[in-house]
Design a protein around this ligand. Structure first.
Ligand SMILES: [Zn+2]
Length: 255
């Protein structure tokens, strides 16, 4: 059908335009040419000069910033493996990470819908935002909780923790948690289950790993998991010598 053929040609060109636009925007930014045109920033130029909506301008800007370090994303935008919206979603989370980490994260959202990408990227974000202000002899922590997290906190207070104000409740929980980590005197377990890792063993492994992923070069401190170096299905045991700490990403990579 003629109409279909025309649309196919247009669609192909539509894709090609993405990287062409990014290339030209890169030049615009490199020479700050937008200043000569009277725009205060690249963002301002994208919105007022090129009539992008603010959210589209933000997405273009994120892609531009990332494509400086990872030029391959232009091609991926062209062939549809990555989208502007998925890239800008990831950008907020990875902009301060290493190039390798950025590449690794973007790989996970290739060929994914925005919804899927949101789900995949959720664990990358730190779970609780805490703002820190330092006074002379005190530290003020400001905590942002979701409504459901706040409900849980209220439930705990209602169940008896109302004896404490928020500060002492928080410190009680911190002390309790710290005590867990201090129980690190490992004794060989009597369990024959090679998958069973006692709390004490887990804590001693975490302490030995300095609470970081032990994959070479990885500094991840969130989502740490205990990995059997030799897999259980290949006869690996739950001995300290056969166990290591990996972040969920590196554990998944290992398969
Ligand atoms: Zn890791």
């Amino acid at each position: 059908m003629k109409l279909h053929k025309e649309l196919l040609v247009l669609r192909e060109n539509e894709n090609k335009l993405t990287s062409e636009i990014l290339d030209k925007l890169q030049l615009m930014e490199k020479y700050r040419a937008y200043l000569k045109l009277g725009y205060s920033s690249l963002f301002d130029y994208l919105v007022r000069g090129l009539n992008y909506s603010e959210s589209m301008a933000y997405q273009r800007q994120s892609c531009l910033r990332l494509s400086g370090e990872l030029p391959e994303i232009k091609e991926k935008l062209d062939n549809g493996q990555l989208t502007h919206s998925n890239i800008s979603l990831a950008y907020k989370l990875i902009k301060d990470q290493t190039v390798e980490k950025k590449r690794e994260v973007l790989k996970t959202i290739e060929n994914k819908s925005f919804r899927e990408a949101k789900k995949i990227l959720a664990p990358v974000a730190p779970p609780v935002k805490i703002k820190k202000l330092v006074y002379q002899d005190k530290v003020v922590l400001k905590m942002e909780l979701t409504h459901s997290e706040h409900e849980k906190l209220n439930k705990l207070k209602a169940l008896g923790a109302h004896r404490y104000d928020l500060e002492s409740l928080f410190m009680k929980l911190v002390d309790k948690e710290l005590k867990q980590y201090e129980k690190v005197d490992y004794k060989p377990s009597l369990s024959n289950n090679p998958r069973y890792i006692s709390v004490k063993l887990r804590n001693s492994l975490l302490k030995k790993a300095n609470y970081k992923c032990q994959h070479l070069g990885c500094q991840e401190t969130y989502f740490l998991q205990i990995d059997h170096i030799q897999a259980v299905k290949s006869g690996g045991r739950a001995d300290p010598g056969n166990l290591q700490v990996l972040c969920s990403g590196h554990n998944r990579d290992k398969g």
